[in-house]
Design a protein around this ligand. Structure first.
Ligand code: TXA
Ligand code: MG
Length: 346
C-alpha cells in the first residue's frame, strides 16, 4: 500500500471551491483517486474508464475485486455512454431518471463494453447514478468523464458522511479529500433493478436508501429484496451480510425486554428519539446515550445522523453498542437493513 500526505480542501467559499475543484480534476486526470462529497455519503472517485485508476480505489479501500462500483455520470444525458437500456424498460428508465436524477437513485443496467470489467467485477450490468452535490457535479463535469466511486471508507466499515470521517478511514492512503460539510441524506443511494411487467413494470430495490418504496411506486410494482446471503450473479454483491460494521460489537434489539446487562460490562445506547416511554433509557447505566432523532422521531433526521452517531459510539471503546429498533418504513427500511448487517459478525 502506498502512503501519502492526505490534503483536505475546503469548498465553502467560491475561490476555495474553484481551487479545490481544479486540484481534484488535476489528480483525476493523472489517474489518481480523490475523495469527493456526494448528497448521500462521501465517495472515493476515479475515472471510471481508466482501469488502472479504478484499481487504486480497490487498493485504498482494501476492497475485494468481486465487489463492483457505482458509475457516476456528469449528466443524465450520458447514460447511453455506459449502459444499454433495453427497449422493454426504456420508458420506465426515462421516467425514473427524469424524476430522480441528479439524486440518490442508482440503476442496474446492461453495461457497454467501454466500462472496464474491474468496475463491474466482471458482471454484465453496471450500476449508474448522477450526483446532485454541487462540488461533485463540478468535478465530474470539468473532467467530463464518468467517475467510479464507492463510499470512501475501508471495506466493510462505516460509510463517511463528513470529510473528517473520510480522514478517519483513509488518511495516508489517498492524496486528497474535498470537504463540503455533512452529507445531505447520510445514507447511500437506493439501488434498483427494473424489469418489464404487466400491468406495471417491476422495480426491485436491491439496496434500500433515501428513496423509499413510496417514492418509487408511481413507476412500477415495488419489491424490496430482503436478502442476507450473497448472490453474486444477480444482486448487489457488496451487500455482504456483515457490513457497515463498527469495531465494537453491536446488538439490535426488538424490544426492551430483550436486553439484560452483564455485570462489569460497559454499554452505549443508540436511541431513536431518547424518550423514556420507549422503554430503553432505564435498562442499565449506559456509558453514553446518543439519539438519532432527538425528541421527534423523524426518519430523515435519523438518516442524516445515522453513520455519524454509529462512528461516535464506536469511538467510545465500550463492550457493546445496543441499538433500538426503528420504524421499518420510509428511510427506516435502509437503517434497519444496515443495523442488521452491522450486528452480524463475519
Ligand atoms: O450513494 C452511493 O451509492 C455511494 C455514493 C458515493 O455514490 N456509493 C456507494 O458505493 O454506496 P458502494 O460501492 O459503497 O456500494 C455500491 C453497491 C455495492 O453493494 C455493490 O455491490 C453494488 O452497489 N453494485 C455495484 N455495481 C453493481 C452491479 N453491476 N450489480 C449489482 N450490484 C452492484
Ligand atoms: Mg460502501
Amino acid at each position: 500500500m502506498s502512503t501519502y500526505v492526505t490534503a483536505v480542501l475546503r469548498t465553502d467559499e467560491p475561490p476555495l471551491m474553484h481551487e479545490a475543484v481544479l486540484e481534484a480534476v488535476r489528480l483525476l486526470k493523472e489517474g489518481e483517486v480523490v475523495a469527493l462529497p456526494t448528497e448521500t455519503v462521501y465517495g472515493l472517485a476515479a475515472n471510471a474508464l481508466d482501469a488502472n485508476a479504478v484499481a487504486k480505489i480497490f487498493e485504498a479501500k482494501e476492497r475485494p475485486t468481486f465487489d463492483p462500483l457505482i458509475v457516476h455520470l456528469p449528466h443524465k444525458q450520458q447514460l447511453d455512454l455506459v449502459a444499454d437500456v433495453p427497449p422493454e424498460i426504456a420508458q420506465t428508465v426515462k421516467q425514473l431518471t427524469e424524476r430522480f436524477w441528479p439524486g440518490p437513485l442508482t440503476l442496474l443496467l446492461p453495461k457497454k463494453p467501454i466500462v472496464p470489467d474491474i468496475v463491474t467485477a466482471g458482471l454484465p450490468t453496471v450500476a449508474v447514478r448522477v450526483s446532485s452535490n454541487a462540488v461533485f457535479k463540478r468535478v465530474c463535469s470539468a473532467l467530463d468523464k464518468p467517475l467510479a466511486a464507492p463510499s470512501a471508507n475501508r471495506f466493510g466499515s462505516i460509510s463517511p458522511t463528513s470529510a473528517s470521517a473520510v480522514m478517519a478511514e483513509l488518511d495516508g492512503r489517498i492524496h486528497l479529500v474535498l470537504d463540503a460539510g455533512a452529507s445531505l441524506y447520510g445514507l447511500e443511494s437506493t439501488i434498483i433493478k427494473v424489469e418489464p411487467g404487466s400491468p406495471k413494470p417491476l422495480i426491485t430495490i436491491v439496496r434500500p436508501g433515501p428513496l423509499t418504496p413510496d417514492d418509487l411506486k408511481v413507476y412500477g410494482k415495488v419489491k424490496v429484496a430482503t436478502r442476507t446471503v450473497v448472490d453474486e450473479a444477480t444482486e448487489a454483491p457488496g451487500q455482504l451480510a456483515s457490513h457497515y460494521a463498527p469495531r465494537t460489537p453491536l446488538r439490535l434489539l426488538s424490544r426492551p425486554s430483550d436486553f439484560i446487562p452483564e455485570e462489569g460490562k460497559r454499554y452505549a445506547l443508540m436511541s431513536y428519539r431518547g424518550e423514556e416511554k420507549d422503554g430503553y433509557l432505564n435498562l442499565c447505566e449506559w456509558e453514553e446515550v446518543m439519539m438519532l432523532s432527538p425528541g421527534n422521531g423523524k426518519l430523515p433526521e435519523a438518516a442524516v445522523r445515522f453513520f455519524h452517531i454509529l462512528r461516535r459510539l464506536d469511538e467510545l471503546g465500550v463492550d457493546e453498542i445496543i441499538a433500538e429498533p426503528l420504524h421499518e418504513h420510509g428511510m427506516g427500511i435502509a437503517m434497519m437493513d444496515k443495523l442488521r448487517r452491522a450486528s452480524r459478525r463475519p
